[in-house]
Design a protein around this ligand. Sequence first.
Ligand SMILES: [Zn+2]
Length: 381
Amino acid sequence: MSEASELPKKEKEEVAPEPEEQSDDSSEEEAAGDTEMDFLRNLFSSTLGLGSAEKVLDELTLDGVAHYIKSGKCKNIICMVGAGISTSAGIPDFRSPGTGLYANLQKYNLPYPEAIFQIDYFKKHPEPFFALAKELYPGQFKPTICHYFIKMLKDKGLLRRCYTQNIDTLERVAGLDGEDLIEAHGTFYTSHCVSFCCRKEYNLDWMKEKIFSDDIPHCDKCSSLVKPDIVFFGENLPIRFFTSMKLDFPSCDLLIIMGTSLQVQPFASLVSRVSKSCPRLLFNMEKTGQADPLFGLLGFGGGMDFDSDKAYRDVAYISTCDDGCLALAGLLGWKEELDELVKKEHARIDSQNKKEKVSENKGAAAKASTASATPESKKEE
Ligand SMILES: [Zn+2]
């Protein structure tokens, strides 16, 4: 993948960070302005018939998508993924309301539940966030079939980029590297000192050790707080999200949207950034991303259109993400290869976890024996 090397050399207006929806500073208006521009662009192009909307798929089914991929005309696939691709790995949807998570926050005495992910609150009271991180920390990182399907797209030279809303790092564990990925809401994979003058980087092992020893992580250089690189409310999305988006989406041949309800902006608006001819495939438990029906009636495009008379490029496959990927892999003749990859990688992770457990136990045993060998507490008796 060489796309990242084609990134523009920091044109100022291109890299100006746009905020996420929840931020309450003035830049929120800029994002709203951008969405409004998208809306107007879509409105004009659809009512004036601008932009060509070629029908690329021979049928609006998973078969149609598979034929297209096999035709060799589809070389730049973008995946857009959300929490739904990680649920089969046992990872709770970290930030969305309605998952029961917010209901469990009472014990932390927060002024209001969302405060736990708010950057200003965190800087003053980091304890609740780290307590929750420990509680929710997955026992083991095991990517799902869906993650490995994306890895296969990469191995076959078909993946332009994977845009993820997830912070669980499973894409990386499955073998995608930083170049392949836009982690729109950040990641636990790396952490940084929150001091603007310092910004020292820390890795996942370092952070994990702090979290599990109930130690609030402080920078060893300047002793400021250290925070995982997940995007808190009140923080900007990573700049790479905006720079890559502008280069990736216009040249996308197929957009595969998996496990996201397309509710969180600006992520959700990405679906309208592909060309008018670009087919869009959705793997999800329900149809999502459709434009307001009223706008649809008026002929204003923009959203997904799976079922109307005018539908020509959007395909919804209602299933879990794993089942959707298995079905598509089957149609592409990749099923055995995918099964093999999942089996091999899961076995590798299992054996790695076993080794870690053994060394952890050894470590604990060693600690215990040194503790009993230094009878500090019993000295006085
Ligand atoms: Zn520091």
